[in-house]
Design a protein around this ligand. Structure first.
Ligand SMILES: [Fe+2]
Ligand SMILES: [Fe+2]
Length: 236
């Protein structure tokens, strides 16, 4: 049997939702970059493996109100992703765009990083809007029909097997993840400059929260929904 150190970050995150907070706080990528073992991830991040294991155990023992989505039905999980995460993304994009416009206007001349972050966030917003539309119009209805055991769920299916659109979605998640990494780098981990106004602070808080939510969103899809949908389709 695999020890926790040998398991991948994605597997640990899918099996124990309490681990997600620990990974977030240590800056360990548990969604797009979660395919490496815990031991490997700690080595790369310069973290003590023993200390990380202790934090994971502590988090696991603490009472939590977080839902374990690993045992939810697939339609239930799809509904949660759309209602909690897709709605959040759609709500936040215009709010962050408008905060960015204000900060660029006021601080762009002294802080060129916001001039660079603005087009990156705009690209991220456009990519995510198109991405969520594909999930909601094509992939998720297919998964929901399949999980409901609807006869002929493959009818009008234009992609052969569910693994094909899933591979596209995973690649788009990686593109979104790369934009987030670049924005984090440009903002020096969302550190508000000394002369930053309250709007600057609100902007960095909003983007950081957006990043946290997107990590959870992608984790639910990459590590739970997609592998289960592929396995279910194989069983038909
Ligand atoms: Fe999604
Ligand atoms: Fe997605």
């Amino acid at each position: 049997m695999q020890t926790t150190c040998e398991r991948t970050i994605s597997e640990i995150a899918a099996a124990k939702p309490s681990s997600i907070r620990v990974f977030e706080s240590l800056g360990i990528d548990y969604c797009c970059g979660g395919k490496r073992s815990l031991a490997d991830a700690c080595t790369r991040a310069g973290l003590s493996l023993d200390r990380t294991l202790a934090l994971l155990e502590e988090a696991d023992a603490a009472p939590t109100a977080e839902r374990d989505w690993a045992d939810a039905s697939l339609p239930e999980l799809v509904t949660h992703i759309v209602e909690a995460h897709h709605s959040y993304v759609r709500r936040e994009i215009p709010r962050i765009d408008s905060l960015l416009a204000k900060v660029v206007n006021r601080h762009g001349s002294n802080h060129s990083e916001v001039l660079q972050i603005q087009p990156l966030f705009s690209a991220l917003g456009q990519e995510l809007t198109a991405h969520m539309m594909k999930e909601e119009l094509v992939l998720f209805p297919y998964i929901t029909r399949m999980a409901a055991g609807s006869a002929g769920f493959r009818e009008n299916c234009c992609f052969g097997t569910v693994a094909n659109p899933i591979a596209n979605m995973v690649a788009e998640h990686e593109d979104a993840g790369a934009l987030l990494v670049e924005m984090r780098r440009l903002s020096s981990n969302y550190q508000v400059p000394e002369d930053g106004c309250p709007t600057f602070r609100a902007l960095y808080q909003a983007i950081e929260e957006f990043e946290r939510d997107l990590h959870q969103h992608i984790h639910l899809e990459n590590n739970i929904l997609f592998p289960r949908a592929i396995a279910m389709e194989r069983g038909y």
